[in-house]
Design a protein around this ligand. Sequence first.
Ligand code: NAD
Length: 230
Amino acid sequence: MRIMILTGAGISAESGLGTFRNSGGMWSSYDLAEVATPQGFATDPDKVHDFYNARRKSVLSAEPNAAHIALARLERMLSGNVTIVTQNIDNLHERAGSRNIIHMHGEIVRALCNICRNRWDAPKTMRPDDACPKCGEAAIRPDVVWFGEIPYHLDHLDELLGTVELFVAIGTSGQVHPAAGFVQMAAASGARTLEINLEPTEITPYFDEVKFGTATSTVPAWVADLVSRL
Ligand code: NAD
């Protein structure tokens, strides 16, 4: 069975990484237009680097939780048939042991040169005058997809959504496109669809089945049930 698992900020919430819209989180103290858009970066690159340097630090000190670990187990059991598509820029799926991961919004632990598009492992702290190791230009940025930019790997995702048999969305609010539309694309290809979230979302009506609860309780239970029926 080919399974696509779309994850969002909710799967990393219990690892201590704030979701996009939770109150009191790091995101809520910043204006998104200032720190997560190409225009914001052009206006004040120091501020944007400060924001992502702080987020990188949080990610590196966070640990994968039981939900990340359960998904890695599922991938090992169904070798070659599980793809994790994450909107998260953290690296908790990798650190839990998942291997087949598509980072559609990029990765906070990678750097990108805005001039030559070179990518490399990000230093812990970036500054606007850091030079690209390939072209030497001071055009370093985090390798993350900002609002107004096109998510990565969309052609590949389109292909996968055409052949998937089970589509599962975990901890995503369904407010950020194009990921919010994946459930309908998967359903149109004949896939069964399952949503796992703390609460109903805008896209809940499009799923065949919904499980409400925290990711760390609901995801391991779902994986255990699926594995027991293999
Ligand atoms: P979102 O913040 O819009 O929604 C989070 C969802 O997770 C909500 O629906 C919420 O009900 C659910 N949730 C919260 N805690 C949960 C828990 N313990 N168990 C299960 N569900 C829980 O996040 P999103 O849909 O991923 O969308 C937004 C954007 O935010 C993405 O583009 C992503 O790049 C960015 N983001 C990433 C991170 C990260 O990398 N960890 C963190 C914050 C935001």
